[in-house]
Ligand binder design. Structure first.
Ligand code: PGA
Length: 247
């Protein structure tokens, strides 16, 4: 049985004070027995949110990192830096980073490898654009993203990875994928994992759905056989996150 994992992706929202206020208003309502719960917050909020969740089972996540440990990379944050302050998960390859910050399958792959070497759990994001869906090439696109991102990742490491299937057309649009659409692609991702790593890995690797998940849609999505939870943007910034997590 795979334990569900539900992660809030706060994106570039909430300053230091607002972050503490938000997490304090959410934490007591969140049930961490049924699911692993993660909040992926802006870098400057990591330490204060860590302090605020220290008496809970909520885990801390970051939204990106560099693939080198240290060096002349102005403005970047490394995996060891994140690890040192208690970060457990890191979102990698989010479509917004691919679209606005030049993230490629190759850089995502380097980051996945570095995260695993640094004992961070990658939440690897993949997903097709609306154009790709309409061209009927969703499965090809997602297959390639998964394979490239996991190139040279060992079987033992692959088990730890969380994959978030996030159709780009569903992100921040209010246009959630149907449970059938989401399940179909998550199932295909599991098939790719089985082809690359065998059934043992495919059976344990967790696959989330993300894209306009709310408290109202969480239950039907997360109850599909190949959907092991969600990566949640907008709804993670309000009380609705409690409803999502306690679906
Ligand atoms: P959304 O964002 O829930 O606001 O659509 C999801 C994400 O980008 O991870």
């Amino acid at each position: 049985m795979r334990k569900k994992i539900i992660a809030g992706n706060w994106k570039m929202n909430k300053n230091h004070n607002e972050a503490v206020e938000l997490i304090n208003s959410l934490k007591s309502g969140i049930d961490t027995d049924k699911s692993d719960v993660v909040v992926c917050v802006p870098y400057v909020d990591l330490l204060s949110v860590k302090e605020a969740i220290k008496d809970t089972n909520i885990s801390l996540g970051a939204q990106n990192m560099h693939f080198e440990d240290a060096g002349a990379y102005t403005g970047e944050i490394s995996a060891p830096m994140l690890k040192e302050i208690g970060v457990k998960y890191v979102v990698l390859g989010h479509s917004e980073r691919r679209a606005y910050f030049g993230e490629t399958d190759e850089t995502v792959n380097k980051k996945v490898i570095k995260a695993l070497q640094s004992d961070l759990i990658p939440i690897l994001c993949v997903g097709e654009s609306l154009e790709e869906r309409e061209l009927n090439i969703t499965m090809e696109v997602v297959r390639i993203q998964v394979k490239k991102a996991l190139a040279n990742v060992s079987k033992e490491d692959a088990k730890k990875v969380v994959i978030a299937y996030e159709p780009i057309w569903a992100i921040g649009t209010g246009k959630v994928a149907t449970k059938e659409q989401a399940e179909e692609v998550c199932k295909e991702i599991r098939t790719v994992i089985e082809e690359c790593y065998g059934k043992e890995v495919a059976d344990v690797l967790r696959i989330q759905y993300g894209g306009s998940v709310t408290g109202d849609s969480a239950n039907e999505l997360f109850n599909m056989p190949n959907i092991d939870g969600g990566l949640v943007g907008g709804a993670s910034l309000k009380d609705d996150f409690i409803k999502v997590v306690n679906y």
